[in-house]
Ligand binder design. Sequence first.
Ligand code: CDP
Length: 221
Amino acid sequence: MGALIIAVDGPAAAGKGTLSRRLATEYKLAHLDTGALYRATARDVLAAGVDPADAEAAAAIAAKLDPATLGDPALRTEAVGRVASIVSAHPAVRAALLEYQRNFAYHPPEGTIGAVLDGRDIGTVVCPQATVKLFVTASLEARSGRRLRELEAAGGPVDAAAVLADMQARDERDSKRSSSPLKPATDAVVLDTSGLDADEAFGAAVSIVRARIRSFSGSQA
Ligand code: CDP
C-alpha cells in the first residue's frame, strides 16, 4: 500500500489548519500547511521589492523558497496573506511549488506512513489520488467571525467590516482564478463547520476518515 494521504481543502478560515494538525496527530502522519508555501513566497516577494503581479519574478522567488522558513511567524500577517492571495493565482508560481508538495505527500518524513496536506487544490491537483479528501467549509459570516477573534486574540486593532470584505475578496480570487480554482474534488466529502466547534469538527472528520480508510483497506484486500 502507498502512503496514506489526507487532502484537506477549503476556503480561508474554515478551520482547515486546526483540523489538519489534529488529524495528523491522531493518525501519526506528517502535516504540510501548503498555504505557508504561498505565504512564504509572498514574504520573499515583499522583501525583494518585486511587484506581486509580476508572475515570472514571483515564480523565480517561489522556486528558491527555503522550506526551513515555513514556521516564520511573519507569514501570519494580513499583509502577507493579501499578497499570498495574489501570487498564488499565477500558474507559474503554482507550478514552482508543486513538486515540493507532491514529494512531501508521497515521501513523508521518516517515521510517518503518510501525510495530511491542507490547502485549496490538494484533492484536485496536487494529490488527485489521495486516500481521503475533505472539503472543509463554513459560511462567510462564520469564517470572518473566526478570523476576527484570531486577530483580536493577537492584540491587533480590528475592523469587522474590513475583515469581512477582505474574506469576500479572497474567496472571489480563490474561486474565480483560472489556475487551480478552489472547488471540491468530485470524490471529496464536504464538511460544513459553520455550527461546529473545533472538537465537533474533529469528531466529524475522524468519522469520515475512518469510513474511507475502512473501504480503502477493503478494496485492497
Ligand atoms: O486561510 P488563509 O486564506 O488566510 O491563508 P492560507 O490558507 O495560509 O493561504 C494563503 C493564500 O494562499 C490564500 O490566499 C490562498 O489563495 C493561497 N493558497 C493557494 O492558492 N493554494 C493552496 N494550496 C494554499 C493556499
